[in-house]
Design a protein. Structure first.
Length: 328
């Protein structure tokens, strides 16, 4: 983590292991977390916007089998062995999940879960602290999953955001391409993976959240288990128009940072639900009843997000979020 000396509240990442069942087939998935590399681009203009890059976003979501994204350093072989052992226990049922041969329950009707709100922010952005403060109220709402994603394109202004990851900048650019927009900015919020607004406009945010809650649900998402061991059931009574990606997101509930340089020099800022890792763990065709077994190590909370995948000229793009749930 960069500039750890400036962080009062600390952040630590956990580990994940997954197993997937689609129909009668069973596939075990476990990969080493890796740091996402994003191609460099020109420094953003002082007006607060940066042209969206034309390359595919690394975190837009589609992968064969399983992939992961994390801003932490690469773990060693011992950690991979640990993940594989945890995965084997999940498949055999030794971890208490009871094995993976049964599928998602048939006939279950979709229900609207929490609305996912992503706040793209930066400690190097002078307009962000008021939005970050207002965003804290949404982290406490049970009907909202509020996530803070720190981007890195303002780091050149004199302060490197210790929570920023290139993968989150890439995700914001992918949203811009999906919306046919040529620029990105901070603070920006994306609601339900489909609507965006200025991060300080909380009245408009309330309206968008209400609209998302009123939208008919398309996906059955059931989560069972606890203590780091979970079973995730997926189903769709009607086949989806687009495939989807299943994602696990880890975050730190609270962090306090003393900013020493840059546009916010001298400020001490509180942040909520700071995303530390965004893992794409499985592709889903939006048709098959599917069961995922997940083992999550570490103390950080986690959520599962099922998001549609849209076709793009240079790669897949993130679409509307279909369902979401908290894992702990």
């Amino acid at each position: 983590m960069k500039r750890a000396d400036a962080i009062i509240g600390t952040v630590a990442c956990g580990c994940l292991a997954f197993a997937l069942v689609i129909g009668a087939a069973q596939t075990a998935l476990a990969q080493q977390p890796s740091e996402t590399s994003v191609p460099g681009s020109a420094a953003p203009a002082a007006s607060g916007t940066e042209p969206a890059a034309s390359s595919p976003a690394a975190s837009s979501g589609v992968s064969a089998g399983a992939s992961s994204q994390s801003g932490s350093s690469l773990p060693g072989a011992a950690l991979i062995d640990r993940l594989n052992q945890a995965l084997e226990r999940a498949i055999s049922g030794e971890d208490g999940t009871g094995g993976l041969m049964s599928l998602a329950p048939r006939g279950t009707q979709p229900s609207r879960g929490p609305v996912v709100v992503e706040m793209f922010t930066s400690q190097g952005c002078s307009s962000c602290p008021p939005a970050d403060e207002s965003f804290m109220a949404y982290a406490a709402r049970p009907d909202v999953i509020a996530l803070s994603l720190h981007v890195d394109y303002w780091d050149y202004l004199g302060w490197e955001d210790p929570f920023a990851q290139p993968a989150f900048t890439s995700r914001q650019k992918a949203y811009a391409r999906a919306a046919h927009s040529r620029s990105i900015y901070t603070p920006q919020m994306v609601v339900g993976g489909a609507q965006s607004l200025i991060g300080s406009d909380m009245s408009a945010l309330d309206g968008m959240i209400a609209g998302e809650k009123a939208r008919p649900a398309q996906v059955v998402l059931n989560v069972s288990g606890d203590d780091g061991r979970y079973v995730i059931d997926l189903g769709a009574p009607k086949p989806l128009d687009f495939p989807a990606v299943v994602q696990i997101v880890r975050y730190a509930p609270h962090a306090r940072v003393a900013i020493l340089r840059g546009e916010n020099a001298g400020m001490v800022v509180d942040y909520v639900n700071v995303v530390t890792a965004w893992h794409s763990v499985a592709d889903w065709d939006g048709r098959s009843e599917t069961r995922l077994a997940a083992r999550i190590d570490g103390d950080q909370p986690a959520v599962v997000i099922v998001q549609s995948v849209l076709p793009g000229k240079s790669g897949s793009l993130p679409g509307p979020i279909l369902a979401a749930a908290r894992l702990n």
